[in-house]
Write a protein that binds this ligand. Structure first.
Ligand code: JFZ
Length: 391
């Protein structure tokens, strides 16, 4: 497949940060709280009048993400609850009408520009708030909307919002989600994608619909599992296209801030995901769910800092590489003639490896011998992942 310069940049970037933040954060029970707890709009809407976020500092967020080694950020401009985290001209249900009263997407875009990170905008096509999102799909039946909205008018609204996001914030791309709520509905995808590419010809469009990519999409998304893996709760397509790939992952089990969720993956586990996604020729989009005050919980901030320390030492095995393979105990990436063998599981110290090369040296301090494509490790290093470089 011939890739565009934007797609090549994306595949070289390898690592991004996902941000789920909105008025749902105030309830500290994740981004699906409105649906999961059957909260009607009349009870949910007043949350916006409590959204102060007094410690919201986009510069600090972006400095942390840059320090983590991320090359881009994907931010929730509107999630399923329909609340807009930018200054939309098409609704009053927006962050500029809260006590915070600031254009969060605008300020994040500026902070990203200042730090040289690129910004993608997540946009939910599913909307539990809009009166014209009708007939209802699999979700949103507890919102208490009047029956009988006008679907064509909803399509005009959501495509209109994506247009204003494209024109006003010029993101590097869009990350759509929610079509799975009404899988057989006409979402006017062709018009949507054409409109975006007419305004931003180099924009990268992805859609988390869990199906084979549609024409006009520039990268393929996998949720919470490696490309090709069907996945757990969330069923991904096992079809892997030729498009650039991205795997999105939570650090714990929640996208939006969830104060009860202490299932934080270890740094070692997160590095294993980074190495395995790279071996699968995929990017890793690692999520944070800031707290209602705008700060990022320390369990997640410290893990990002540790990932950044690792990438400053071993980033050559990740950035600007392409995936070769993922085996049980190791993954392989390559850049031109150089290959990187990254051992993720230190069970056996005898590894059959697909290499005959002589010029093999390790980036991590492990003691080894290679003979006839068998690697004998006599002493492991203290590093969570052993890296051998083949030239
Ligand atoms: C979706 C969102 O619902 C979730 O809140 C988060 O934004 C994540 C990144 O993407 O997660 C999904 C997507 C698809 C299904 C369920 C949750 N599905 O098809 O059942």
């Amino acid at each position: 497949m011939k890739y565009t310069p934007s797609q090549l940049w994306f595949m070289d970037a390898k690592f991004g940060i996902f941000i789920h933040w909105g008025i749902y954060s105030l309830l500290k029970r994740g981004e699906w709280v409105m649906h999961n707890e059957k909260i009607p709009i009349s009870k949910y809407e007043p949350l916006k009048d409590m959204f102060e976020a007094s410690l919201f500092e986009p510069q600090e967020w972006v400095e942390l993400f840059k320090d983590a080694g991320a090359r881009y950020v994907t931010f929730t401009s509107k999630h399923h609850d329909g609340f807009c985290m930018y200054d939309s001209a098409l609704t009053e249900y927006k962050v500029t009408n809260t006590p915070l009263g600031r254009d969060v997407v605008g300020e994040l875009r500026d902070a990203c520009n200042d730090e040289g990170l690129k910004l993608f905008l997540y946009y939910s096509q599913l909307d539990w708030h809009h009166p014209d999102y009708y007939p209802l799909g699999r979700t949103g039946q507890y919102a208490g909307r009047v029956e009988g909205g006008d679907w064509e008018r909803y399509l005009e609204y959501y495509i209109g919002q994506v247009r204003e996001l494209a024109v006003n914030y010029k993101p590097v791309g869009f990350w759509f989600d929610g079509m799975w709520d009404k899988p057989d509905a006409d979402w006017k995808l062709h018009d949507l994608y054409q409109m975006i590419h007419s305004i931003l010809p180099n924009a990268l469009i992805g859609n988390n619909h869990h199906r084979k990519p549609y024409p006009g999409e520039d990268f393929q998304i996998f949720e919470q599992s490696l490309p090709g893996e069907e996945g757990g709760v969330i069923k991904n397509t096992t079809y892997i296209s030729d498009l650039p790939l991205e795997t999105c992952l939570t650090i714990n089990n929640s996208w939006g801030y969830n104060e009860q969720d202490h299932q934080h993956k270890s740094v070692e586990k997160l590095l294993e995901y980074l190495v395995k996604t790279a071996g699968m020729n995929s990017n890793l989009l690692l999520n944070v769910g800031p707290r209602p005050d705008g700060t990022i919980q320390k369990e997640h901030a410290t893990r990002l800092i540790r990932i950044g320390e690792w990438l400053r030492k071993y980033g050559e095995a990740i950035y600007r590489t392409r995936g070769v393979s993922v085996e049980e105990n190791y993954s392989v990436t390559r850049r031109d003639e150089v290959q990187y063998l990254m051992i993720t599981t230190k069970e056996s110290n005898v590894l059959k490896v697909p290499f005959k090369y002589a010029r093999l040296h390790s980036l991590t301090p492990l003691k080894f011998e290679l003979s006839n494509s068998v690697l004998y490790i006599s002493e492991w290093s203290k590093e969570p992942i052993e890296i051998l470089k083949l030239e």
